[in-house]
Design a protein around this ligand. Structure first.
Ligand SMILES: *Cc1c(COP(=O)(O)O)cnc(C)c1O
Length: 497
């Protein structure tokens, strides 16, 4: 299978090339040239195999230039003891029938581990077989979750270095400690005096600065990115929708072939796009429910066909969904336009220059028949956490709570009682403060470790080891730099000066 750019002008490439390059030369995103048919039962020959083997089976249909044994060993290395559930992505069924797909059993306790634990293996294999002579430097700007997941995934990966910039005082103390204590000779992180946009702009400047790139090349380095527009981040996410469906069948909630709903708390549109691709491959799903927080640009888009980023940005208790430009939406637009890249270019050009675009009725109607958009505000989100804890004796994080609330709204609005799979994107321990506030505790002035303990007592669950051990691990990356020093810090990390 080949990969083509959503903007249409670049040549098609293999999946290995797409993963190495990240973004196409014309600025578009790589999409598969067609969708393999996998149907509702792709694992029927797999018996009791592990999640790793099942994931490899789904990936084989997309990453056709990788050897089967390469994919199996990459998945087995990625989905092993570093996940604290033997099922990797277990499903929990509520009394009300909702099936919750727990995607946060990896080392950083958020769903990004599923892709970022695997992607470094995929990249290393690709670099070897493409005979890349450069050493790849993965450069990341993060508002919290992605940075740690990328550090953890790429630490000690062959032929790759990883460096992360995050806003000084712009991440939670847990998130800061997670990054500052990162091990790995090839890994580094630094705080930037500024907010997330400053860190992101600094990284973008480094990417596009010809002088720095030339200097890097002189030292045999090439920059690359690990954000969710890379096909290597998206492809691994398709697999868990198939295993989640399987689990619902195994739990007796549905019969094989029976359609379901999938509800996804959404920010950059990567996770829900993977579900859309699973449908394209034959997973029986009648509706994708796109759940947003107060930054509801996607809800408005799905309801009206107008994408308008010219609006106030809100900081919410579900920070990983605080996004006004959902990059991966471009891949959906490509499908909605009937794969007409000229149309995608027009819409993307408008959102850059004017801040908005609208899609015509012939694109809006397939959008609305496949997607439902809704949003939950802070009160509704915290209420959902409280309600589920009371009724199901189960704690969810604020991102998952947004999803749960919007699923409820969908059911109330439409009367549709089709069984649903809700993706749970983070451990409640990772967002301990918001969760405790939802349960009526006053957390002001309390430090993170006290809060973790309190949450453990309330939920009768142990504090995840990866968080508990942060208290005693040495802080290795304590640097803070000014906005205009980022390139210098990177060069120092790479021992270029
Ligand atoms: C990244 C993230 C999301 C949003 O996922 P997208 O693929 O960007 O839509 C939701 N919840 C959590 C906890 C996340 O870390």
């Amino acid at each position: 299978m080949e990969y083509i750019s959503t903007r249409g002008s670049g040549p098609s490439v293999s999946s290995k090339k797409a993963i190495i390059k990240g973004i196409a030369e014309d600025g578009g995103l790589y999409v598969p040239s067609d969708f393999p048919f996998l149907g509702p039962d792709p694992f029927f020959e797999c018996g009791q195999s592990s999640y790793a083997d099942k994931a490899a089976k789904i990936l084989r249909a997309f990453l056709t230039d990788y050897l089967e044994k390469e994919l199996i060993s990459a998945c087995q290395a990625a989905y092993a003891e570093n996940f604290d559930s033997p099922l990797t992505v277990p499903v929990r069924v509520f009394k009300d029938g909702t099936a919750v797909l727990e995607l946060w059993h990896g080392p950083t306790l958020a769903f990004k581990d599923i892709a970022l634990q695997l992607m470094p293996h995929l990249l290393s294999i690709a670099l070897q077989s493409e005979r890349e002579k450069y050493e790849v430097v993965i450069l990341v700007a993060t508002s919290g979750d992605t940075g740690k997941a990328a550090l953890e995934g790429f630490a000690d990966a062959r032929g790759v270095r990883i460096f992360v910039f995050y806003p000084h005082e712009g991440v939670s103390e847990i998130q800061r400690l997670q990054m500052a204590t990162q091990l790995g000779r090839n890994a580094g992180a630094c705080a930037v005096q500024g907010n997330f946009d400053d860190a992101q702009n600094g990284v973008k400047q480094i990417f596009s600065d010809p002088v720095i790139n030339k200097k890097l090349a002189g030292f045999n380095f090439r920059l690359s990115s690990a954000n969710s527009i890379n096909w290597g981040r998206l492809a691994p996410q398709i697999a868990y929708y198939f295993t989640g469906y399987d689990e619902m069948v195994a739990a007796g909630k549905i019969k094989r072939g029976q359609p379901i709903l999938i509800c996804v708390p959404t920010g950059n549109f990567g996770n829900i796009l993977a579900a859309y691709y699973a449908i394209k491959c034959g997973l029986p799903v009648t509706r994708l429910i796109c759940a947003s927080n107060r930054n509801k640009v996607l809800t408005d888009f799905i309801r009206t066909g107008i994408y308008d980023r010219r609006r106030e940005f809100y900081k919410t208790e579900s920070p990983s969904m605080d996004i006004l430009i959902s990059s991966n939406l471009e891949r959906l637009l490509f499908e909605l336009s009937g794969r007409q890249s000229a149309v995608v270019c027009e819409w993307m050009g408008k959102v850059t220059s004017l801040g908005w675009y609208s899609i015509p009725p012939n694109a809006l109607s397939p959008l609305q028949s496949c997607f439902y958009g809704g949003f939950a505000d802070q009160l509704e989100t915290l209420q959902a956490i409280r309600e589920i804890f009371r009724n199901q004796d189960y704690l969810i994080d604020p991102h998952t709570a947004v999803g749960y609330r919007v699923l409820q709204m969908y059911r109330e609005e439409t009367g549709d009682s089709t069984p649903a799979l809700l993706t749970s994107t983070a451990s409640p321990f990772k967002f301990n403060r918001a969760v405790l506030e939802a349960l009526g505790r006053n957390t002001s002035g309390e430090d993170e470790f006290t809060l973790l303990k309190e949450l453990a007592i309330i939920s009768s669950q142990p504090i995840p080891l990866r968080l508990a051990e942060l208290k005693t691990r040495p802080e290795l990356h304590k640097g803070i730099c000014a906005k205009d020093e980022m390139a210098k810090v990177l060069c120092q990390f790479l021992a270029m000066e």
